[in-house]
Design a protein around this ligand. Sequence first.
Ligand code: ASP
Length: 308
Amino acid sequence: MARLSSKDVLRADQFSVDEVALIMETARGFADALARGDVLDRMRGKILSTLFYEPSTRTRLSFEAAMERLGGKVVSVAEAKSSSAAKGESLHDTIKTVEGYADVIVLRHPQIGAAAEAADATHRPVLNAGDGAGQHPTQSLLDLYTILEEQGRVEGLTVTLVGDLKHGRTVHSLADLLANYGVCFRFVAPDALRMPSEIVERLRAKGITVDESSDLAAAIPETDVLYMTRIQRERFEDPAEYDRLKDAFVLTRAMLEPAKDSITIMHPLPRVNEIATDVDGLPGAAYFRQAANGVPVRMALLSLVKRE
Ligand code: ASP
């Protein structure tokens, strides 16, 4: 079976266009196999360790489901903060220990760069399941997969990213990933939560059009993919600032009246208050389908980083 050039998945922009195509194709194959009820054994005899130092529902469960669906086994530390890290163990030492127990490691950690540090510490593949406000590459790959499923293409789409673009690792990764596909970006955020300027500059240097504003209503009519995000409370030093910004954008069904019929509405979840529940029944409301796509996409990643 084909594999990726790097043993690790650390950033969304580490992949060539061909590698992303391979991941998408492999994921589609696994989605078909799951729909047929096939029993798979690509990871039989292998153990995945999931180490989560920050809360997670979808990422951890879908990685674990992916491993189980591939015939592998899982050992998990859901609250890694309460593991030996609480006794002062370094990430390096934890990873050196876990490599003795597992063949592949999935890590979520509050510090930017933690996954890269872990990858340096071990010969085992490390998959970044979110490093603080840094990157969340496996989410971006399932986001791309979802766009392809829902829209049938990605080239030429207007993709509007909304919410906490400063701290949101999902939007950082997604912007970098989609930059290779000729999309047109609209970034909608309160002034205090704009996309980091180095990311905007990187996109513009690649010839991507980026429009920045804080006006969601104005962006909706032209949008093909509307990607809502949560204001990342855990990244705020000042709780009053969070309270000021937390309801900056609340998408309602009424606001979508001028939208294209074909619009796709996404959210990495969990939603707090960003999408009113009256949106859920619209055909374009794709966020729970998006979450489900985490399983075949993570099956693809586990298979493609597998080392014999
Ligand atoms: N679940 C996503 C993440 O871990 C999005 C979020 O938490 O807002 O980044």
